[in-house]
Each structure stands twice: as C-alpha cells, then as structure tokens.
Design a protein around this ligand. Sequence first.
Ligand SMILES: NC(=O)c1ccc[n+]([C@@H]2O[C@H](COP(=O)([O-])OP(=O)(O)OC[C@H]3O[C@@H](n4cnc5c(N)ncnc54)[C@H](O)[C@@H]3O)[C@@H](O)[C@H]2O)c1
Length: 381
Amino acid sequence: MVTDNLRRVRALANHVDPARGVPAHHRPGFTVAVLGAAGGIGQPLSLLLKRTPLVEHLHLYDIANVAGVAADVSHVNSDATVRGFTGPAQLGAALAGAHLVVIPAGIPRKPGMSRDDLFNVNAGIVRDLVAACAKHCPKALLNIISNPVNSTVPIAAEVLKKEGVYDPKRLLGVTHLDVMRARVFVAQALGADPNDIDVPVVGGHAGITILPLLSQVTCSQKSDLSAAQVEHLTERVQNGGTEVVNAKAGAGSATLSMAAAAAEFAAACLRALAGHRNVTAYAYVASDAVRSLPFFATKVRLGRDGVEHNYGVPSRGTSPFEKAALEKLVPELRASIDKGVAFVANGDEAHRRRAAQQRRAAAGQAGNSDVRASGVSQIPA
Ligand SMILES: NC(=O)c1ccc[n+]([C@@H]2O[C@H](COP(=O)([O-])OP(=O)(O)OC[C@H]3O[C@@H](n4cnc5c(N)ncnc54)[C@H](O)[C@@H]3O)[C@@H](O)[C@H]2O)c1
C-alpha cells in the first residue's frame, strides 16, 4: 500500500513543475470568449480554438444550446479548459478575465439578402454584447464577425466610447475570410499553392467595398494576371459570400470557411498578445488610410496592445482599375459607417423618448394614488 502511494506520488512529481506546482507540459495562455458559440460559425470556431496553442481557457456563450457544445468541445484533446454560459444572466461571467472576445452572434444571410439586410437584428445584438464587454473586460481585444461588419464595427466603437473605454487599437472587424478567398481563387488561377500567395484585400466587408488588390499579388512563381482574369477574380472575391449563401440555398452563409478564417485571425491576435514579433493580418479597423472613411480594412501589424501599425493602402503600383474601384466603394462604405454611428446615437434618443413618455404616463396615473403624494417614482430614470 505504502509503495503504491509512493509510486503514485513519484509519477505525479514527474509531470509537475516543482517550482509552480503545475503539469510540466502546461503552457500558460489566454482566456478567449466566443459570443454566439452555438451557431453555425460558433461551433466549428470553438472546436478550432480548443486546439489553438495559446488558448488556456475557452468561454463559450450563447442565448441557447451552448451547454452541449461546451461539453462536446471539452473532450477534444488539449490543455484548454472549456466552460459554457447561457443567457444574459451568465454573460458577465463568460466575459470575466477575457483577453480576446470573438463575436459571431447574430443572424446570417439567406439567398437574395445583402449583408445590410441583417442590420435591424444584428445591430442591437452587437451593441448589447459590446456594452457587456465594456463592463466586464474593457481591455480585451474584440474580433467582430457579425454582419454587416461595415456597420457593426462602428456600432461597437460608439458603444465603447459611450462607456468611456474605447481604444481603437483593440477593436478589429474580421475580414480575414476575404483574404483567404482571394488567396485560394488567385492560387487556382495561377496553379499555385494558396499558402504561398499574398493578396492584399482592403476596404470593407460587403460587395464592392471588398477590394482585392490583384496588382499587388506576391507569389514565389510568376503571378501575372490578364485584365480579364483581374476583373473576374475581383468579382469572385467580392461575391464569395454570396456564392456560399446561394449554394446553401436558405441554410445560412459561410460557416466552416469563416470558422477557419476566424480561428487563424484569433491565433494571430493571441500570438501578438503573447509578444511575438511581426504578426501581421488584414482587418477592418479605425483608420486614416482613406480620407472621409473613419474605418477601413488594410494590413496591420498586431502587438501586445492590439493594432500597433497600419500599413494603409499601397499607393505605388495600384492599377487604374483598382483606383477606380477604390473611389467607387467610398460612398457605400461611408453610408454603412454613418448608419452604424447613427444607430447608437438615435437608439439613445429613442430610448430617452420612450422613458420620458413612460414617466409622463405614470405621472398621469399616479395623480390619483398615494405614490405621487409620497414623491416616489415607479419609473426608472
Ligand atoms: N465577417 C465575416 O466574414 C462573416 C462571414 C460569414 C458570416 N458572418 C456573420 O456571422 C454571423 C453569424 O453567422 P452564423 O452562420 O454563425 O449564424 P447562426 O444563426 O448559425 O448562429 C448565430 C448564433 O448567434 C446566437 N445569438 C443570437 N443572438 C445572440 C445574443 N444576443 N448573444 C449571443 N448569441 C446570440 C444564436 O443563438 C446562434 O447560435 C452572421 O451575422 C453572419 O452574417 C460574417
């Protein structure tokens, strides 16, 4: 018996770092929260994050069906712990201590819909989730996936400003799927390996606001594209999401490729938080790359505090086709940004109007009651 116990203690000691009392193979990492984790993107994204080396704690939040997802993902072999959180009452706990919050919550497109058609539902979802982030993890990096990204990122910025915790370096709209698609489509055209190709994709994340700069493709092999190929590939990258929406025929939009892109992007953010050097990615961020557009997607370098350098739009070598496309996207992107900003401002105005109406109605009712006499208002300010 004594020998058995000794053997067990010795076996345990072999796996424990004596200095810190933790398993020797354990690498400290980060807490990552996924909001909308039970959805089409959220589930495969959570799976991929469970296997992402720098993830130490994975917090999966949704308004429904997340307990099963968390239990399932928790059985995947990695050190990361997994916890599920359901509904607004558990949102604060889901966000507590988060270093990175990834937000794919909200409805996806169906055939015939534009991303902007999602605004009425998703704007409010993003506003409320970001307000919770401001309260419970104000220093976290935010990765916004919910569409329309062109508007939801400005919404997030306005909410964070209102809460007094806005740091533009920490708010990133996820456009990495556009970059992934551009690499794959260009690789197919060139007969090359997509992982051997870099295609800058700038602008925003909807239709013509997505602008792949095909004059700037870098590839270890010959990468000349004809004018016809450039036109075709540009349109294919811009409509890549619609290609998937139509193929799914009503069952949603890109989920698996999006999860892969979001996991790659999140991993880049975590490497940067961990102090790795020269971590670059494309993202839709607060920017002065294009005059009159406060948000724009470009290549950025990420560091411990988020975006540490914005490479802007490469001016040298951009083709006339790309210059014209850039000019054309400006008004559309500007309108989407303004719509997001107005949503937060008018939302408040509408809320104030509703509250004032309620107060007036209550004052009228209370005219015959003791409540008024005691000076106690039943209506919150
Ligand atoms: N950025 C991109 O490149 C990109 C690509 C594809 C899809 N998207 C967008 O991602 C979003 C999600 O797409 P999906 O296919 O996963 O949709 P989905 O309907 O399959 O999943 C969305 C999930 O969000 C949850 N949800 C809804 N309201 C919530 C709230 N208030 N708090 C937390 N969770 C909430 C739902 O319960 C659901 O589980 C959509 O807006 C879609 O347009 C973005």
